[in-house]
Design a binder for this molecule. Structure first.
Ligand SMILES: [Zn+2]
Length: 249
């Protein structure tokens, strides 16, 4: 897609208002990050660079979908978490936990585990974000997470790849459901039913039961608000062991 000057202005305005919102909610963003838009970025966005030189990169389609304000605030919330040294943003800890699985698992499986770790990190990031969103933005996250749910998974070449691919979608969907449930936003009942119907369609097509999904949805929903480095390490290991258990048995 092509970006217009107006698009870039919109993105810059989102950065400006996002910082103001987070700071008025009591969070410290610190040195102002730069922002760029990558027209064809596959994921919605990410943040790169060390403290003081951070750069938020967002996808061109985030502008088109009108989620740019919340997306930029989500990235800013990652910066807040890194600044306070939250264990979920401790790269060395994450790498050392993932390293435990290198001996027994192939690289492509490790990358699915790493995506799972990102979901955990995003739950904590959105705890910050949730405190700074406007009422309208909060409401909009419902439809955002509904659209986040996947109903199919990419087929691999082997039964083993299919199984891991399906479990990756379980994690994706459990993250979406839990993100709303953690903030008591899985309501009204009609909306909750709609979410579960969409996810149920996926579970059925993948031949998976509610129990596996429920374990991960509960895990994300109930992540302890406060955690230490040691506590976080244990938590991640329990989570990743469960992913391995349901895929490798
Ligand atoms: Zn994120």
């Amino acid at each position: 897609m092509r970006l217009s000057a107006k698009d870039l202005e919109h993105a810059r305005a989102a950065l400006h208002s996002g910082i103001a919102r987070l700071e008025s909610a009591g969070f410290v963003v610190g040195e102002r990050p730069s922002l760029s838009v990558e027209p064809n970025l596959k994921i919605m966005g990410y943040t790169r660079g060390p403290a003081g030189q951070r750069e938020i990169v967002i996808a061109g389609r985030a502008l088109r979908f009108g989620v740019v304000d919340t997306l930029v605030m989500h990235e800013l919330s990652h910066i807040v978490m890194s600044n306070i040294g939250h264990p979920s943003h401790n790269d060395r800890l994450i790498i050392s936990v993932l390293h435990r699985y290198h001996r027994k698992l192939a690289e492509w499986k490790i990358s699915i585990l790493a995506d799972g770790v990102n979901h955990v990190q995003n739950v904590y990031t959105d705890d910050v974000l949730a405190k700074a969103l406007s009422k309208k933005q909060t409401k909009d996250t419902r439809s955002f997470f509904y659209s986040w749910l996947k109903t199919v998974y990419p087929r691999g070449r082997t039964a083993e790849q299919d199984k891991w691919s399906a479990v990756a979608v379980v994690l994706n969907n459990a993250f979406a459901v839990a993100s709303l449930r953690r903030r008591r936003m899985l309501k009204p009942l009609a909306f909750e039913k709609k979410m579960f119907a969409k996810n149920g369609k996926f579970l059925k097509s993948a031949g998976l039961d509610e129990k596996t999904f429920g374990w991960f949805a509960d895990f994300f929903t109930n992540l302890p608000k406060k955690t230490t480095r040691v506590g976080y390490r244990k938590l991640l290991i329990a989570f990743l062991d469960k992913v391995v258990e349901v895929t490798e048995d």
